[in-house]
Design a protein around this ligand. Structure first.
Ligand SMILES: Nc1nc2c(ncn2[C@@H]2O[C@H](COP(=O)(O)OP(=O)(O)OP(=O)(O)O)[C@@H](O)[C@H]2O)c(=O)[nH]1
Ligand code: SF4
Ligand SMILES: [Mg+2]
Length: 409
């Protein structure tokens, strides 16, 4: 069985001071020994991640963090790691004990709320002490839901689960579609999948698999071809397909082979819409126009896949951008969670499709770029732009086109 991609899981972060029972709470909710528990403060040093089915919510991923109130050099490292978790959770649990609420907890709640992440407060260790009426009143006033539980006895675990379900962001339940909203039931999407030396041996990559699955779920049809079969495939259809989706690297050939009346885009642009904010990244793409020689460009990938052959992020994107700008640019590359906190040195961020990351983290990166005034685009958008087929690749997305025209006006 294929595991559910990380990106489709609701990420739930567990935060709080050291020793309040964060790891115990995770173990109690999952009824498994996921995270190490001990009476020594500072037991959890790195975020511990646990994917599970939390019914009826479906696939979630708990992230147990290190207590963040500690001091010293080692503590600072832990705090940094815990802060990166704040950026990628869809829901935050702030754990404390009866009588333990203070400025630190208020600050944690503030960090989550500033990221528009719903918060649940859990007063753990209810077998030892219940929260004070003062604490309950404080939270009620701030409209922050709280529950009490004991990880030791299991009392209140059910309440925590229920509270998590009711707090899960609505858009998690929305049937946000990757592609089927563009391909009515019974209609055909042609998917162009080059099988070159960069294609993994014997399988398809995640965005391709996700698109096929989404089309099947929507009772639409997928015709999957290599780029050299595209013309023949189109010729064999009795009416035009609703959409052609190509790997961005075959964009130019596909754009030439697909009649202008047939909507065409790339997997990477579909991913920008599904896993990020297409309109914002379309606006960001216009940042390419302002690049000049010597400018720094950050190329960010959400996972650390191994570059094979002519890697797209390290070789092709820099080459296309350099050709387009007609001057030497300075490229930096980051992978996985290593997104820099200081974006000021960059004139442009080019992000991958984020198929392995989660949407919340991508939204947080987009937000940070916006705050820093640095335009952010993605691979497919950059390729389409530098090849001169930007508007064509955006034609299936009227809202994104509108954003483009507004930004240009
Ligand atoms: N009595 C009681 N003890 C608990 C409860 N939950 C946790 N503990 C104890 O509290 C101590 C700390 O628990 P942990 O789960 O390791 O706490 P933590 O917040 O993950 O701590 P760090 O990883 O060090 O930040 C352990 O000795 C647990 O056995 C509870 O509900 N009741
Ligand atoms: S680098 Fe980005 S687009 Fe490529 S596989 Fe990783 S998450 Fe997906
Ligand atoms: Mg712990």
């Amino acid at each position: 069985m294929q595991p559910t991609p990380r990106s489709l899981r609701l990420h739930i972060g567990i935060f709080g001071r050291r020793n309040v029972g964060k790891s115990s709470l995770l173990n109690a909710i999952t009824r498994q020994h996921v995270s190490i528990v001990s009476e020594v403060a500072g037991t959890t040093t790195d975020p511990v991640e646990k994917p599970m089915e939390l019914l009826p919510l479906g696939p979630v991923q708990f992230v147990d963090t290190a207590g963040v109130d500690d001091e010293g050099a080692l503590g600072e490292l832990r705090i940094e790691r815990t802060k990166t978790v704040l950026d990628r959770v869809d829901l935050g649990v702030v754990v404390t004990e009866g009588g333990g609420w203070g400025a630190f907890e208020d600050a944690l709640v503030g960090e989550l709320e500033s990221r528009v992440v719903p918060v649940l407060v859990v007063f753990n260790k209810s077998d030892l002490r219940m929260p004070d009426t003062r604490e309950i009143a404080h939270l009620q006033l701030a409209r922050i839901p709280s529950v009490t539980m004991s990880s030791l006895t299991g009392a209140g675990v059910v309440d925590v689960r229920e509270a998590l379900l009711s707090l899960a962001p609505a858009d998690f339940f929305d049937s946000r579609r990757l592609v089927t909203d563009l391909v009515p039931p019974g209609e055909v999407a042609v998917l162009v999948v080059p099988i070159d030396k960069e294609a993994p041996k014997g399988r398809l990559i995640l965005p391709q698999v996700m698109a096929i699955r989404d089309l099947l779920d929507g009772e639409s049809m997928a015709l999957v071809v290599q780029e050299r079969e595209l013309s023949r495939a189109l010729g064999r259809l009795t009416r035009p397909p609703a959409l052609v989706v190509t790997d961005s690297q075959a964009f130019l050939k596909v754009a030439a082979d697909v009649p202008a009346a047939i909507p065409m885009t790339s997997f990477s642009i579909l991913m920008a819409r599904f896993q990020g904010d297409l309109a914002e990244q379309v606006r960001g793409t216009l940042g390419i126009e302002r690049l000049k020689g010597g400018d720094r460009v950050l190329v960010a990938e959400a996972c650390s896949h191994h570059p094979i052959g002519e890697d797209i992020g390290r070789v092709k994107i820099p080459r296309w951008l350099t050709q387009y700008v007609g001057a030497t640019l300075e490229f930096s590359h980051v992978q996985g969670r290593d997104f820099p906190s200081d974006l000021a040195p960059y004139r442009l961020v080019v992000h991958c499709g984020n198929c392995m990351g989660n949407r919340r983290e991508m939204m947080s990166r987009i937000h940070r770029c916006r705050v820093a005034g640095v335009p952010i685009t993605n691979y497919g958008l950059t390729i389409a732009y530098s090849l001169g087929i930007f508007e064509r690749a955006l034609a299936p997305f009227p809202a994104a086109l509108e954003a483009l025209h507004a930004a240009r006006a």
